[in-house]
Design a protein around this ligand. Sequence first.
Ligand code: FES
Length: 164
Amino acid sequence: MEVKSTCNCKEMSEEEKRKLLDEFIEDYKDKEGSLIQVLHIAQGIYGFLPMELQKYIAEQMNKPVSEVSGVVSFYSYFTTQPRGDYTIRVCLGTACYVRGGKKILDRLKDILGIDVGETTEDNKFTLEVMRCIGACGLAPAITINDVVYKQVNPDKLKDVLNQF
Ligand code: FES
């Protein structure tokens, strides 16, 4: 199954992106605990959260930069590096690990020629690991963007990737 990103952020100019972010910051700024929502939105707009952007968000929300970067580094969802079009996450929760999650990860590293947290040179795939996603009965599982692949066979990974 082919998954196409519906995001058209790449077509937005820097100015448009900043304007959109500013509007959201304005909406959220005075709400308790809203930093995380703003960071989600910022990552949605920019694709990643480089330090320069974290500083800007901190400034606009009247928060110390350390608080913003603390949240960014705490949640694995947030990334400070650009991501590929497709993010592959390998589940390393107990059930998946026991049923070969690590083998899948190793195979993906070989096929893609990258390590965990890295993106292929053509910016197509980013490789990450994650904890249980609730598909333990059909372990091992991986996700590619938001699609869950269950009972993944390491020998069929190439075929799966070729669909993208
Ligand atoms: S351990 Fe992988 S889905 Fe639960």
